[in-house]
Design a protein around this ligand. Sequence first.
Ligand code: ADP
Ligand code: MG
Length: 265
Amino acid sequence: EQNHNRTVENASLQDLTPIEGDLIIRTEKLNKYFSDKHVLKDINFEVKRREVVALIGPSGSGKSTLIRCLNALEKASSGDIYINGEHLDPNLSVKQLSPIRRELGMVFQNFNLFPHMTVLQNVIEAPLLVRKMPKEQAHALGESLLAKVGLLEKRDIYPGRLSGGQKQRVAIARALAMQPRALLFDEPTSALDPELVGEVLKVMKDLAYEGSTMVVVTHEMQFARDVSDRVVFMSDGMIVEEGDPDDLFRHPKEKRTQLFLERVL
Ligand code: ADP
Ligand code: MG
């Protein structure tokens, strides 16, 4: 089992164990309405440092809305969100929100790369502009991250010439460039041709084994099962069930989880 490898094969075993109370993300009774549509219902969601959480569930169940609320891309209607212990107060200004938002790196389904910038420029744009990182340092960081996702040789080309899988790997490097505390992935492989899915999952798997804190919305059940520490199943705006990946996939307790898994497995 891959999940097992993460603890057994890694030298720094102690270091990889999530520490109780060391929460990077916490929501408390989070609710979200779009006009009168109740999309998130009393969501209590927690992610510990170095934990990999797979967020699964039918289309329309609120997965994207939940992670968009965590990153303040959507404003919660009620409830509380804490990122690394800091309250994401909906009344904060954009400027006040900015340092909290930087704690989380987002990777979207559709890459969202800047088409008029080279691969390297895409990766270092935020460190240069937001972190005011010196140019040379940003270049070195960008190159090391591109090497990490296997795309250093593409540094000077434009995203239009990359495959979908390569674009998504650049997007991951770009998210990492801000050195976030956690990465949030929203269906990172859903827009890809099937033969390109593996290279992106491989990069994500490497990040997981290095001890990155990750929330992954995905339909890749094998990935969820092999790589995540915990699976959270959402349906109709609620967390219906969560648990150890093997337990949840093998012995789902709730009827809705069973029906969903029967359809997707
Ligand atoms: P998932 O990611 O699980 O497919 P979403 O979070 O995208 O689900 O959507 C949850 C529900 O919220 C759906 O019914 C969707 O139609 C609705 N919704 C999402 N975004 C908006 C929006 N900006 N305005 C109105 N309704 C929305
Ligand atoms: Mg979604």
